[in-house]
Write a protein that binds this ligand. Structure first.
Ligand SMILES: *Cc1c(COP(=O)(O)O)cnc(C)c1O
Length: 396
């Protein structure tokens, strides 16, 4: 097919919910992808923090192909070794106990919130309130867009599920004013991704932990974007010295095969009994084999360490651009390979110009350029992207 034909079919038959860039991708290798005309792009969006190993990592490809050749899917009515292996690894890495496997981020959060509700009910019939943070992002199902405290995601879908309250992010006094004995859970991203790479002050997450303990509320960290080593720790909460009661994962979990998970302490997980939750596809052998391979490769190639080191290097490079273009860039921030450049104006045309120059990046919250590359990028890859940004910003 010619790309014009693909654009036309998409316009006629795909739900018009995405504003796509005019790019048809055909294959990828490492941190690069290629379009239908054979043009090469360095990919510092990585499917929005999904392709943690880059594209077509040979070991991941082998693991997926091998599993596909033996058992792609079987029902959760039966056991598989790949699933047992994965939940053991996730429990060990998180320091939590019980895992549920789903297919996406929204599903992971939806399940985590269901578990928190069930657990809250064991403590009191009216312990049902959920507090989330403004500018957060938790998914697109009706429940998770209600958890997503941004009007643009909620408008038109009312009535929304009840019991949700919103506090400004990184504002402990405001949260304190909302928490009560009726609070069953507080749901937060340790670093807000979609909301603009917002990093809370040191002590904020520990303060939230303390409030949850005081009121017997479940602390849920949405690590769908920050998890899997992205911030230079396997889980971003490791930077804060505290642990949630439930953590949710998706995006990078299976390196691009759809997968999600929530992991809970035994205490909270005890609120679930047989029949209380479920999924047909969740935790299927193909996704588990991919996730096991991702975890093995992350460990074998020290990609958590690499994310920390290369993240520092890229942060310094972006800081150099801020000093060179103070009129365009107001702030640079990041932890590991989750980085943001706050612009003084909307960033979509900068993303488009980067695309023309062969770099895939993204703009979130209107004016924040976001970089969430594969975790195995090198300093040379970073230099390539910084050089393209420099060229684009110089013309502005
Ligand atoms: C992407 C994302 C989600 C939603 O994940 P989906 O797989 O698109 O449902 C939820 N929370 C955070 C923090 C995310 O970045």
């Amino acid at each position: 097919m010619e790309k014009e034909e693909i654009f036309k079919i998409d316009q006629e038959h795909y739900m018009p919910v995405f504003s796509r860039y005019p790019l048809v991708l055909t294959r990828g290798e490492g941190p690069y992808v290629y379009d239908i005309d054979g043009k090469k792009y360095i990919d510092f969006l990585a499917g929005i923090a999904v392709n943690v190993l880059g594209h077509a990592h040979p070991k991941l490809v082998r693991a997926i192909a091998g599993q596909a050749g033996s058992l792609i899917h079987c029902s959760n009515l039966y056991y598989t070794e790949v699933q047992a292996k994965l939940v053991k690894s996730l429990a060990a890495l998180s320091g939590l106990d019980k895992v549920f496997l789903a297919n996406s981020g929204a599903e992971a959060n939806e399940g985590a919130i269901k578990l928190a509700r069930k657990y809250g009910k064991t403590l009191g019939a009216d312990k049902v309130d959920i507090i989330t943070a403004r500018d957060g992002f938790h998914g697109r199902t009706l429940l998770t867009l209600t958890a997503t405290a941004q009007p643009k995601y909620q408008q038109g879908y009312e009535p929304l599920p009840g019991g949700f309250h919103y506090a400004p992010y990184n504002d402990l006094p405001a949260l304190k004013a909302l928490v009560s004995a009726k609070t069953c859970a507080v749901v937060l991203e340790p670093i807000q991704g979609e909301g603009g790479v917002n990093i809370p002050d040191a002590g904020y997450l520990a303060g939230v932990r303390q409030l949850c303990d005081q009121y017997g509320a479940v602390l849920i960290f949405d690590e769908i974007q920050t998890g899997m080593g992205r911030t230079g720790k396997m889980f971003a909460y490791e930077h804060s010295g505290i642990k949630p009661d439930i953590v949710t994962l998706a995006k990078g979990l299976a390196g691009g095969v759809p997968a999600g998970a929530f992991i809970a302490s035994n205490k909270v997980a005890a609120a679930f009994a047989a029949g209380d939750h479920g999924s047909t596809f969740g935790g299927n052998p193909l996704a588990c084999a991919a996730a096991n391979a991702v975890l093995e490769i992350i460990a074998a190639e020290d990609l958590v360490g690499n994310a920390g080191r290369i993240g520092q290097y890229m942060l310094a490079g972006l800081e150099g651009l801020r000093q060179k273009y103070p009129r365009l860039i107001s702030a640079v921030r990041g932890q590991g390979l989750m980085l943001g450049v706050k612009l003084t104006r909307p960033g979509r045309d900068i993303v488009n110009q980067c695309l023309e120059h062969g770099a895939i990046i993204n703009c979130t919250a209107g004016d924040v350029l976001r970089f969430v590359p594969p975790l195995n990028v090198t300093g040379a890859h970073v230099d390539e992207v910084i050089a393209i940004l420099d060229k684009v910003l110089a013309r502005d």
